[in-house]
Structures are given as structure tokens and as C-alpha cells.
Design a protein around this ligand. Structure first.
Ligand SMILES: Nc1nc2c(ncn2[C@@H]2O[C@H](COP(=O)(O)OP(=O)(O)OP(=O)(O)O)[C@@H](O)[C@H]2O)c(=O)[nH]1
Ligand SMILES: [Mg+2]
Length: 260
């Protein structure tokens, strides 16, 4: 990845992408949190946009389509032949959200039991967990709870964002899909995850889904930065004045224009 290259034009987010289903959305606000919008306008996003790379892990049963999902988004390719992921793999994606550079590291993990132990060592430090199941295989939906439990052992359940993604939508008839969606929405609600249904073969919802992951991860990061900064305002300019031949530091006291 060339970190100096400009962000691709199709990776620029100026608005909050919307959820797929209201019943299982992480939040239903139409716009980014006002404090986030304001912080971006005032260039007060702290480490977000400068050094921070957010880690996203993708877990789920073997052959549910984790690798294909990442490849469809990152490379716009689809391979119909199954090649098991051995251990882990990752892709970097650079975005610009509300004018702020933001990078995601997408970790593709192995679903096969024999590689699970290597893969699980990479779970730590995730800001978002994507749990994938096959919309045409009810057992893979049932197993999502175990995948989530394993991933949460290595992460802070109170701050990590969860997404439950049904894959291979192109293989279901509308009636089959509706049945599966009912069960999946229930599981997503129990997990407090946002529900999505995608097809990596046709590309349906893939871009929308990753944009939503990016936007919500970005929003959570900026809010956390603002919280952390407390009374010290992120981005405040430290000025060096040289009055009276004494050098001293003063923080800019400029009041925020739009922050609530
Ligand atoms: N029809 C259809 N097939 C898909 C789709 N996504 C993946 N597949 C197929 O499902 C098989 C498994 O896909 P992978 O992406 O390799 O599965 P995985 O979850 O990464 O598997 P592991 O790496 O073993 O955990 C491949 O043959 C893919 O071509 C989809 O959206 N539609
Ligand atoms: Mg794979």
C-alpha cells in the first residue's frame, strides 16, 4: 500500500451510509453524530486521520464466503473456485470520511477448524467484528454465536462494533431468503449486531456494507478520541510566544463554533 497515494475517488464518504434493516441496525440516525461532523470540520479528530489504522476481523464457518466478500470489495473480483484461507490474510483499504483520511485493515481469517488456532491469535485489537454465515445453510447461522464468543474473548465487548452478514444471497429464492432473514434478524438482535445480506458473485450490497462498516468505525473512533481528550481539546494549537524575552506555551483558547 502506498500511504502517500491519494484516496481513490470511490472511497470518499461525505454522508452516513444507511443501514439495511431498521430492526437490526447499530443505530438509525440519518447523519453522523453532530460532534463528529463538527470535529471533522474543525480538524480536531486527533489520531484518527493521522496515524490510526482500524482493525476489522472477518470470521465465520469455512466456505461461507469471507475471502470472496473481501476480494469483491477490495479488488472487485470473484473466484468461483474454493481455496481455503490458511491462517489469516489481510487487505488495507484507505478512505476519506468527512474530509478526514481513514484506513481499515481487513483481516480475513480461516474458517477451517485446523487453522482456527492460528487465526484466533489475530483477533486481538479489533474495532469491528464481521461474522459471516451462508444464507443457504442454517447451521452456519447457528455457529455464528460461537464465532462471536471466540472473537470477543480477545476484544472489549463494550466498544467493538458487530456486524452479522448473510452471504451468497444470489443462491436463495426470495421465499427462501425471507425465511432465513427472519432467523438472522433474531440472531443479530441477540448479539447486538447490525444485519446485512450480500452476494459477492453479483456484488449486491457489498460496497454499501463496507461503507457502513467504515463510517460507523470512523464515527466510534472520533467519538472515543473526543471523550479521551476531555477538557484538552483535540487539535488545539500550542503557540510559542516570545514576549518579554521569555518563551512560554499557551494553548489556543478559541471557542468551538459548532460543538454541542
Ligand atoms: N454463488 C456464490 N458463491 C459464493 C459467494 N461467495 C463465495 N462463494 C463461493 O463459496 C466458496 C467459498 O468461498 P470463500 O470466500 O473461499 O470462503 P471462506 O469463508 O473464505 O472459506 P475459508 O477460507 O475456508 O474459511 C467459493 O467456491 C466461492 O466461489 C457468493 O456470493 N455467491
Ligand atoms: Mg477464506
Amino acid at each position: 500500500m502506498n500511504i502517500l497515494a491519494p484516496v481513490r475517488r470511490d472511497r470518499v464518504l461525505t454522508e452516513l451510509p444507511q443501514y439495511l434493516r431498521k430492526e437490526a441496525a447499530l443505530h438509525v440516525h440519518k447523519d453522523f453524530h453532530p460532534r463528529v461532523t463538527c470535529a471533522c470540520q474543525e480538524h480536531r479528530t486527533g489520531t484518527v486521520g493521522r496515524f490510526k489504522i482500524s482493525k476489522v476481523i472477518v470470521v465465520g464457518d469455512l466456505s461461507v464466503g469471507k475471502t470472496c466478500l473481501i476480494n469483491r470489495f477490495c479488488k472487485d473480483t470473484f473466484d468461483k473456485n474454493y481455496k481455503a484461507t490458511i491462517g489469516v490474510d489481510f487487505e488495507m483499504e484507505r478512505f476519506e470520511v468527512l474530509g478526514v483520511p481513514f484506513s481499515l485493515q481487513l483481516w480475513d481469517t480461516a474458517g477451517q477448524e485446523r487453522f482456527k488456532c492460528i487465526a484466533s491469535t489475530y483477533y486481538r485489537g479489533a474495532q469491528a467484528i464481521i461474522i459471516v454465515f451462508n444464507l443457504n445453510d442454517v447451521a452456519s447461522l447457528e455457529h455464528t454465536k460461537q464465532w462471536l464468543a471466540d472473537a470477543l474473548k480477545e476484544n472489549d465487548p463494550s466498544s467493538v462494533l458487530l456486524f452479522l452478514v448473510g452471504s451468497k444471497k444470489d443462491l436463495s429464492t426470495p421465499a427462501q431468503y425471507m425465511l432465513m432473514e427472519k432467523d438472522a434478524l433474531k440472531v443479530a438482535q441477540e448479539m447486538k449486531a447490525e444485519y446485512w445480506a450480500v452476494s459477492s458473485l453479483t456484488g449486491e450490497n457489498v460496497r454499501e456494507f463496507f461503507f457502513r462498516v467504515t463510517a460507523l468505525t470512523f464515527e466510534a473512533n472520533v467519538l472515543a478520541e473526543l471523550e479521551k481528550s476531555g477538557s484538552r481539546r483535540i487539535g488545539d494549537v500550542i503557540r510559542i510566544n516570545s514576549d518579554d524575552s521569555n518563551l512560554y506555551l499557551t494553548a489556543s483558547k478559541k471557542k468551538p463554533v459548532c460543538c454541542p
